[in-house]
Design a protein around this ligand. Structure first.
Ligand SMILES: O=C(O)[C@@](O)(COP(=O)(O)O)[C@H](O)[C@H](O)COP(=O)(O)O
Ligand SMILES: [Mg+2]
Length: 413
């Protein structure tokens, strides 16, 4: 017989094995707990332990206990044996490392900050199909950032209005039309009509301007419905689908990834609701970990923020982007998306901070242009041209009136 109790899950001498999933937590123990006690409880409850001491016949037990192996201030490292996890199941992994422990009385707050994923776990996931290669495999962006726009107002436009705005933006130089996170299949703009008419407009624009364009159509919905929408996108000749990955959940994302591969579709991940997990600095799950999960599950693009230049709070965008594009046992990288309050006046600073291997999305920053969507799209494209040519926006605006008007309206910050 062997006993299993909380103390068994703390060993500060333990060196993680190469096959361990190693998680970095930030923990604030409850008033009546030492950090050692809290750490052992986190390792226990997130692997195979519980509050009562257990007595089990060794012959009947696979030892799957995690180990709290390092404590440095409020930073606690926990190593999990990979046998604890079902290969290729992200919900099962999260039910361990971000499950009940988030609600334990033993800690006042707990945040999953980072994970080191071993090859044995990474190899169970498909990763992205395309990642940054969409820029030249599906579009003609070459070395410049891919440009995207969301028609605004985000919902309420009729299908005709949506398509008209998309066509104006594509003709102005945008590569990708994108649905907003809350536009799916509502009566005022039904999914299939929007899909078919937008792709027809895309084809017209491509013929006229000789540059490939595409549409990030939002397929978010009930999983089976979502898979049918993915098939519809392929039927109508689309090259991309968009999914609200947090609100859909990782199981659904994994199902979409599987279906998208059958049709060679790239997946754009919107992260609506991410801030419910990552906004508080001491509790929840960091955007860094959400981005890691997204790469393993196989999205090709994901929103990661604007390096502080936009309207939304963001966490360490450069660090997250670096992880999304770093070598990871042969997994494809992910193309980061900068979006939220962007306009032509900040593009130079944005590319300075994040580089050019990104998608730049501007909704209000295009459709709010005084001269309308087409001029707004041209202004954004011009700001990218200026930045790529290392010319100041102001100087470039001298003979590019759309950019000049945008700078007049929004300035350079
Ligand atoms: O609805 C919006 O706000 C946006 O369409 C941006 O519109 P604007 O371009 O008009 O600001 C995006 O959903 C956010 O950028 C998402 O945030 P994040 O990229 O941080 O996930
Ligand atoms: Mg949006």
């Amino acid at each position: 017989m062997t006993g299993i109790e909380y103390d068994d899950f703390l060993d500060l001498e333990y060196e993680p094995a190469e096959t361990d999933l190693v998680c970095a937590f930030r923990i604030d123990p409850a008033a009546d707990m030492t950090m050692d006690e809290a750490a052992s409880r986190v390792a226990s409850e997130s692997s195979n332990g519980t509050w009562a001491a257990l007595h089990v016949d060794e012959d009947e037990l696979t030892d799957l206990g995690a180990v709290a192996c390092e404590i440095d201030g409020d930073a606690v490292t926990v190593a999990y044996p990979d046998a604890l996890f079902e290969p290729g199941s992200m919900p099962q992994i999260l039910s361990c490392i971000a499950g009940n422990i988030m609600g334990m009385k033993a800690v006042d707050t707990i945040r999953l900050e980072d994970c080191h994923w071993p090859e044995s776990i990474v190899s169970g996931f498909p990763g992205p199909q395309f990642g940054p290669s969409v820029a030249h495999e599906k579009l003609d962006a070459g070395d410049r950032p891919v440009l995207a726009t969301v028609p605004k107002p985000k919902v309420g436009l009729s299908t005709d209005a949506h398509v008209r705005v998309g066509e104006e933006a594509w003709r102005g130089g945008v590569d990708l039309l994108k649905d907003d996170e809350n536009l799916t299949d509502q009566d005022f703009n039904p999914f299939e009509d929007r899909l078919a008419d937008s792709l027809a407009a895309r084809d017209r624009v491509e013929d006229d301007v000789g540059e490939r364009k595409d549409y990030l159509v939002n397929v978010t919905g009930e999983t089976n419905e979502m898979l049918e929408r993915v098939d519809l996108v392929a039927e109508h000749g689309g090259g991309f689908v968009m999914v609200d990955v947090i609100t859909c959940g990782w199981s659904a994302v994994q199902s979409v990834r599987d279906r998208a591969e059958k049709h060679d579709l790239a997946i754009h991940a919107h992260r609506a609701m991410h801030a419910a997990f990552d906004r508080l600095p001491h509790h929840g799950v960091s955007m860094r970990v959400l981005a890691q999960i997204s790469r393993l599950c196989g999205v090709d693009h994901i929103h990661t923020g604007t390096a502080g230049l936009g309207k939304l709070e963001n966490e360490d965008t450069p660090g997250i982007n670096e992880w999304l594009t770093a070598e990871l046992y042969g997994l494809e990288p992910v193309l980061p998306v900068a979006s939220g309050g962007l306009h032509p006046g900040v593009v130079d600073q944005l590319l300075e901070a994040l580089g050019t291997d990104i998608i730049v999305q501007a909704g209000g920053g295009i459709h709010g242009h005084p001269d309308g969507t087409h001029a707004g799209a041209k202004a954004l494209r011009q700001s990218v041209e200026a930045s790529m040519a290392d010319v100041s926006l102001e100087a470039y605006a001298d003979d590019h009136e759309e950019l000049a008007t945008a700078l007049e309206k929004w300035g350079a910050e």
